[in-house]
Design a binder for this molecule. Structure first.
Ligand code: PHE
Length: 446
C-alpha cells in the first residue's frame, strides 16, 4: 500500500480553508429556527425593543465566554465532545470523560431529528409556492394540518436529509464550508429584500412600532431577562457539541476572538431582520403573531396570500428560511457523524449514512406537529444546557482557565483580561445551570 493510501480518513482531519469559511459556517449554525420562529415572538411578548437590551447583554456575554470556549476546546482536542471530554478528564487520570461526551452528542442528534422534519416542511412549502398550491388553498391551517399530520411529510423529510447527505459526504471544506459560503450571504441578501418589501406595505408601521417601541416596564420583570438569556443561549448553538466540532476543524492561526464576535453580530442581525419581516407583515394584514410552527406555516402563508406578488415573495421567504435551517442542520448532524467516525474509525461516507438513516427513521415518528413540539422541548430543555454546562466545566475548570485562555488567544493579537477568567469560570458556568433549571421550571426558555 502506498503512503497516501495508508492515510485513512480518520488520520487526515479535514479543516476549514479560511477564517471567513469558518465564521460563515458558525453563523450558519447559529442562525436557524431560534431566530426565525422564536425571536420575533419573544420581542413582542417581552416589551418590544426593551427585550433587545437583555438579549444583547446576554449574547455578548455568552459569545465572550461560552462560544469562544467551545471553539477553542474543539481546536485544542481536534475532535468532538466525546474526545474532548475524554482528553480533559485524562489530565486528571480519570478515564470516563468519553461517556459524558455522549450527552451533547445525543443533544445535537435529538435536535437534528426534529430539524430535519422542519426542513422538509420548508421544502414542501417552497414547492407549494412555486406550483401555487400553497397560495390557492382556501385554508392555510388545513393545508399545514395535512403536512404536519402523522407521517404527513415523509417524502419531504427524506428529500431534506438526502440534500444534507450530499453536502456532508463531501466533507468539511468541500461540503459544509462551500455550502455555507453560498447560503449564508444569500440568506442575508434575501432577508433584506423582504424587509424592504414588508416595510412598504400599508399598515406595516404598527408592526414596526411593536418591534421597536420599548416598553421599559418589562425590564422590571425577571421573565424578560430569563427568556432573553434562553433565547441568546440557544441561538448561539451553545450545547457543548456543534461549536466544539466546528472548532475542531479550525487551524491554529485563526483568530477565535474575532470569529466569536462576528458570529454574535451576524446571529443578532439575522434575528433582528426576521423580526422586521415577520411582525410588520403579520400586523399589516391584521393577523396575530404566534410562536413556533403556526407562525411560519399558517400565519406567514396567509400573509403572502394577501400581499401583491405574494407568490414571488413567498418563494423568496421559503428559500431564505430553508438556507438558514439547513445550515444549522448540517452542524447538528456533523456532531454525531464526527463521533461515529472517530470513535469507530469508520469512513466518512459510512458514518454519514449511519447517522442520517438513524435520524430519518426516528424522525418518522416526530413528523406529527405535536410530537415534534414535545420532542424539541425535551431535548432543548434537558440535554442542550446540560451539554453546554459539562463542556464549560471540562474546559474552564478541568483543563483550567489559564490553559483555556491561552488556547483562545492563540491566533489572535488580542489578549484576554482578568474579566474573562471570572466571566468564563463563574458567570458562564452559573448561567448554564440557570438555563437548565429555568427551562425545566418554565417549560422551555430557548
Ligand atoms: N442555533 C440554532 C437556532 O437558532 C439551533 C442550534 C442549537 C444549532 C444547538 C446547533 C446547536 O436555531
Amino acid at each position: 500500500m502506498s503512503k497516501k493510501e495508508n492515510l485513512t480518513s480518520s488520520e487526515k482531519r479535514d479543516s476549514f480553508t479560511s477564517k471567513t469559511g469558518f465564521i460563515l459556517a458558525c453563523i450558519g449554525s447559529a442562525v436557524g429556527l431560534g431566530n426565525i420562529w422564536l425571536f420575533p415572538y419573544r420581542v413582542g411578548q417581552f416589551g418590544g425593543a426593551a427585550f433587545l437590551i437583555p438579549y444583547i447583554i446576554f449574547i455578548v456575554l455568552l459569545g465572550y465566554t461560552g462560544l469562544m470556549g467551545e471553539f477553542a476546546f474543539g481546536r485544542m482536542s481536534q475532535t468532538g465532545p466525546i474526545g474532548s471530554f475524554k482528553m480533559a478528564l485524562e489530565t486528571k487520570d480519570k478515564k470516563w470523560g468519553g461517556f459524558l461526551g455522549i450527552i451533547p452528542v445525543f443533544g445535537a442528534f435529538g435536535i437534528a431529528v426534529g430539524y430535519a422534519v422542519v426542513v422538509g416542511w420548508f421544502i414542501r412549502f417552497l414547492v407549494g409556492f412555486i406550483t401555487g398550491s400553497a397560495i390557492s388553498s382556501a385554508d392555510s391551517g388545513a393545508y399545514f394540518g395535512q403536512i404536519a399530520g402523522p407521517f404527513g411529510s415523509t417524502v419531504w423529510h427524506l428529500i431534506a436529509l438526502v440534500a444534507v447527505t450530499i453536502v456532508l459526504t463531501s466533507g468539511v471544506s468541500k461540503g459544509i464550508e462551500k455550502m455555507n459560503k453560498i447560503m449564508m450571504p444569500a440568506f442575508y441578501v434575501l432577508f433584506v429584500v423582504l424587509v424592504v418589501k414588508v416595510l412598504t406595505l400599508d399598515g406595516a408601521v404598527d408592526g414596526l412600532k411593536y418591534m421597536v417601541f420599548p416598553e421599559w416596564s418589562s425590564l422590571l420583570s425577571p421573565k424578560t431577562w430569563i427568556y432573553a438569556l434562553g433565547q441568546a443561549f440557544f441561538s448561539l448553538s451553545l450545547a457543548g457539541s456543534g461549536m466544539i466540532v466546528y472548532g475542531s476543524y479550525l487551524k491554529r492561526d485563526v483568530d477565535i476572538i474575532s470569529s466569536a464576535k462576528n458570529t454574535v453580530i451576524f446571529d443578532t442581525l439575522g434575528a433582528f431582520l426576521a423580526g422586521l419581516i415577520i411582525i410588520p407583515a403579520v400586523f399589516a394584514f391584521g393577523l396575530d403573531p404566534a410562536a413556533g410552527p403556526p407562525l411560519l406555516f399558517i400565519t406567514i402563508p396567509s400573509v403572502f396570500k394577501l400581499m401583491p406578488f405574494g407568490r414571488l415573495f413567498g418563494i423568496i421567504f421559503f428559500v431564505s428560511v430553508l438556507f438558514a435551517s439547513i445550515t444549522s442542520l448540517m452542524n447538528l448532524l456533523e456532531v454525531p457523524i464526527e463521533a461515529v467516525q472517530s470513535t469507530f474509525k469508520l469512513s466518512r461516507k459510512l458514518s454519514v449514512a449511519i447517522v442520517v438513516i438513524a435520524a430519518f427513521l426516528i424522525g418518522l415518528f416526530v413528523e406529527n406537529g405535536d410530537v415534534l413540539g414535545s420532542w424539541m422541548d425535551f431535548v432543548s430543555i434537558y440535554i442542550i444546557p446540560l451539554g453546554a454546562f459539562i463542556a464549560a466545566v471540562m474546559f474552564f475548570w478541568v483543563i483550567g482557565i489559564e490553559k483555556a485562555k491561552s488556547e483562545i488567544e492563540c491566533g489572535s493579537e488580542k489578549k484576554l483580561g482578568k474579566l474573562f477568567e471570572i466571566s468564563a469560570k463563574y458567570v458562564f458556568v452559573f448561567l448554564t445551570i440557570f438555563v437548565l433549571i429555568a427551562g425545566i421550571l418554565l417549560g422551555g426558555i430557548g
